[in-house]
Design a protein around this ligand. Structure first.
Ligand code: SME
Length: 157
């Protein structure tokens, strides 16, 4: 397993390509979803310098806070609420350039300016979401969406 991760060179596409192989190496020997979510949060967070990076798992008809890196966050999010609950309801990636313009956005931190939420799907059902916040506007695009979907697919079952 990779014991140290340092990806600082290249374009965003290059970084994701390298990070993806590192994530594969880390999760292939580990069956526990919480351990894998914890390491994926850390790897994404420190590679890209995001503001908040973490998972919410579907539990008791809510999204329940899981492993994350970053400041304190809300513990539970209802179906259809906020960006995370919308990704759960619509079963698709949400990219928000300016969180203040997203109706019903749940502000865990006033520093958060843009956000991407990627659902984890198993047999067509959302089991969790990966939520990433940036302290800059319009951070996320199709490149993030494509690679993050590939990364979460490694632990979706
Ligand atoms: N902004 C999210 C809530 C979670 S925090 O950003 C960590 C939302 O609107 O669902």
């Amino acid at each position: 397993m990779a014991e140290e991760l340092k990806i600082s060179e290249g374009s965003k596409e290059d970084k994701y390509r390298l990070l993806y192989t590192q994530v594969q190496a880390v999760v292939e020997g580990e069956a526990d979803i919480i351990a894998n979510m914890a390491n994926i949060s850390s790897m994404l967070h420190y590679t890209f310098g995001f503001w908040w990076t973490g998972f919410y798992r579907v539990y008791d008809d809510m999204l329940l806070l899981g492993p994350f890196q970053g400041p304190l966050a809300c513990s539970r999010i209802a179906f259809g609420k906020g960006v995370c609950g919308t990704a759960w309801k619509e079963k698709r990636v949400q990219i928000v350039d300016d969180v203040q313009l997203f109706p019903g956005h749940i502000a865990c931190s006033s520093e958060s300016k843009s956000e991407i939420v990627v659902p984890l799907l198993a047999d067509g059902c959302v089991t969790a979401v990966l939520d990433i916040d940036s302290d800059r506007y319009s951070t996320f695009d199709e490149c993030d969406s494509r690679w993050l979907e590939k990364i979460v697919a490694l632990i979706s079952r």
